[in-house]
Design a protein around this ligand. Structure first.
Ligand SMILES: [Zn+2]
Length: 324
């Protein structure tokens, strides 16, 4: 069975060390979606990161492969190679141009959401005044559907996410979001959002981030508890895992250039302590403890396998198009 990690963050620097990605692989992950940029990162930084990450992947073909299809992931797993896709967090690097979606896809981006915490010209963010999907946003949803890229609604405002899920002709996922019913946090999602994602055929991937799980030192049982809540609400076929572990590396400064204000993107009023870097993450080895933890919530082994990757493989088979 394929183990699918729906979101991980290396330093947004072309020379980022892939050692943490190797550790995810060693912990049993077969596919990982690696972030290549957020709304606060200028296009120059996003392109530099994509160039650097693609070069690292190409230089280690015995270890990594960019995946464009579910079949690619299965083939890579059979060969002991880790399959990788990129994800974009926010529409600002699309430059208000729907045709950019297919370009990012051709560079390896397999999933994207439209607003990183704050509102932009495409959609509302989850830590801003409520604002829906704009007319440009509707064209962007169509472009994402057309390009065969996964539409994601993490970090997106409630109204915008509901409008995206209504507008999308394809399943819409939350790549790293937890249920608000368990922990009151602006990044967490309501039962209505969870139901709407499931209604598209989508998957809600729960994170391993302390503030969203409501525990200081999260472990596999915390992740499993949140997964079990979603399974109870909409069915186990709509649950996935996106631990959202952020790997910082000494000596690699990935602060966006210019007068970057972290408190704008991660507002104190939303419960962030200075910056999201103060959050703690469940350990990589959580992947090895997840199957028994999920089963302790009452899931069968087959159901745990769906949560750990089977469901996202189903969605990828339905949505993804394009070549690596
Ligand atoms: Zn994120």
């Amino acid at each position: 069975m394929i183990h699918w990690e729906a979101h991980a963050c290396l330093p947004l620097h072309p020379e980022a060390d892939f050692a943490p990605i190797d550790r995810l692989h060693a912990a049993g992950v077969n596919y990982v979606s690696i972030n290549i940029g957020m709304d606060m990162n200028p296009l120059s930084q996003v392109m530099s990161v994509i160039g650097g990450f693609r070069a690292t992947i190409a230089a280690h073909a015995d270890r990594y492969r960019l995946a464009a299809s579910a079949d690619d992931i299965e083939l890579a797993a059979a060969e002991g190679v880790l399959a990788i896709g990129f994800d974009l967090e926010g529409a600002m690097p699309l430059l208000e141009q729907p045709s950019m979606v297919a370009l990012y896809r051709d560079l390896g981006v397999r999933q994207m959401h439209f607003a990183y915490n704050r509102n932009n010209s495409v959609a509302g963010g989850c830590h801003d005044d409520e604002c829906g999907l704009t007319p440009l946003g509707r064209r962007m949803v169509a472009a994402v559907n057309e390009a065969g890229v996964l539409m994601d609604c993490s970090h997106t405002g409630r109204r915008a996410s509901l409008e995206i899920m209504d507008a999308s002709a394809q399943p819409v996922i939350f790549s790293h979001s937890n249920p608000l019913a368990l922990v009151e946090h602006g990044r967490n999602v309501t039962d209505e959002q969870i139901r709407a994602s499931a209604a598209t055929g989508g998957v809600i991937c729960v994170s391993g981030v302390s503030g969203f799980l409501g525990t200081r030192t999260p472990d596999a049982d915390d992740v499993a508890r949140h997964a079990a809540y979603v399974a109870e609400l909409v069915g186990v076929e709509h649950v996935g895992i996106g631990l959202d572990i952020s790997f910082h590396q000494d000596g690699l400064d990935d602060t966006p250039p210019g007068d970057f204000d972290a408190t704008y993107w991660w507002p104190k009023s939303a419960g962030y302590d200075r910056a999201v870097t103060r959050m703690t993450y469940t350990p990589i080895e959580t992947w090895q403890a997840l199957a028994p933890a999920l089963q302790r919530t009452g899931m069968t082994g087959d159901e745990a396998a769906l949560v750990m990757g089977g469901n996202m493989m189903r969605v990828a088979r339905q949505v993804w198009r394009g070549k690596p």
